[in-house]
Design a binder for this molecule. Structure first.
Ligand code: ADE
Length: 277
């Protein structure tokens, strides 16, 4: 997979040289390049921003450096091709524009983007990038404004670190043991179970005995029950979103018991939907 990141703070992306992502780059699994947007400016001050039309606070990123940078990354013909929407068959490069106003980036988005050939990340700063950059880019690319959550960051760089890590670890060969991906939080709509290692007792806290039983069936059932209980407690919204057939009778009994255990005593109604039915 090819990844290009455009930023006025390329050093911010240095963590992409470390750990699993760094190793994947060394192994050639990931062709990732971080570019300084200012390389596509032409004035002495390497200006990338200007005042907003219509007035208001802050500065807006100028379209010109972005346009030239995208032309360079898309290669010959990018600037001269006819203005037609990029093909919607999954072959077009994807322009990901981190923004608190974008669609929310989820594990499903990561999985979807991990299938694509070429991702370009455009890190905006200030009040954002002139809208015409995205409007023009739709003629060459699939444009995806993307938010990593309901809070505001100073720019797109941190969001790109998050998204690149979530996407890259799904690529073949990046994670040593791909089976470890299967039971992770968010992969099947449930949070993951708690994990333990030696010693069996630490500061008077014992490992749950079932994990020492050697009974693989019981361990698997306990882990699934823990995932259900944890999800019900911390993220009931995820349970509501599960497909109808995702829970069997045993799962529902576990959830009913968890709800009963959580039930407030003094006649106060438990909040949230009844998932045990
Ligand atoms: N830029 C600023 N805030 C952001 C957010 N929440 N997600 C993605 N990009 C952003």
């Amino acid at each position: 997979m090819r990844l290009d990141v455009l930023s006025i703070f390329p050093d911010y992306l240095a963590p992409l040289e470390l750990s699993l992502i760094g190793r994947a780059r060394e192994k050639g699994l990931l062709d990732l390049t971080v570019h300084d947007l200012r390389d596509w400016t032409h004035d002495r001050h390497r200006t990338v921003d200007d005042t907003p039309y219509g007035g208001g606070a802050g500065m807006v990123m100028k379209p010109q450096p972005w346009g030239e940078a995208l032309d360079a990354l898309l290669g010959a013909g990018a600037a001269s091709a006819e203005e037609a929407p990029a093909p919607e068959d999954g072959t077009a490069p994807v322009l990901i524009v981190p923004s608190p106003a974008g669609e929310v980036f989820t594990q499903a988005t990561a999985r979807e983007l991990a299938e694509r050939r070429h991702l370009v990340f455009a890190c905006g700063r200030y009040e954002g990038i002139d809208q015409r950059v995205s409007d023009w880019a739709t003629t060459r690319m699939e444009v995806r404004p993307m938010s990593i959550g309901d809070y505001v960051l100073n720019g797109g760089e941190v969001a790109v670190l998050v998204m690149v890590e979530a996407i890259a670890r799904l690529l073949p060969g990046v994670i040593g043991n791909p089976e470890s991906l299967d039971e992770e939080s968010h992969e099947d709509g449930l949070l993951e179970y708690p994990v333990y290692t030696k010693p069996a007792v630490w500061r008077d806290h014992a490992v749950p005995p079932v994990l020492l039983s050697g009974d693989h069936g019981k361990v698997a059932r306990w882990r699934r029950d823990e995932r259900l209980r944890r999800t019900a407690r911390v993220r009931p919204d995820l349970l509501v979103a599960l497909p109808q057939d995702a829970l069997d009778a045993h799962d529902r009994a576990t959830l009913a018991q968890a709800a009963a255990d959580q039930e407030p005593t003094a006649g106060v109604e438990a909040a949230g939907p009844d998932l045990a039915e």
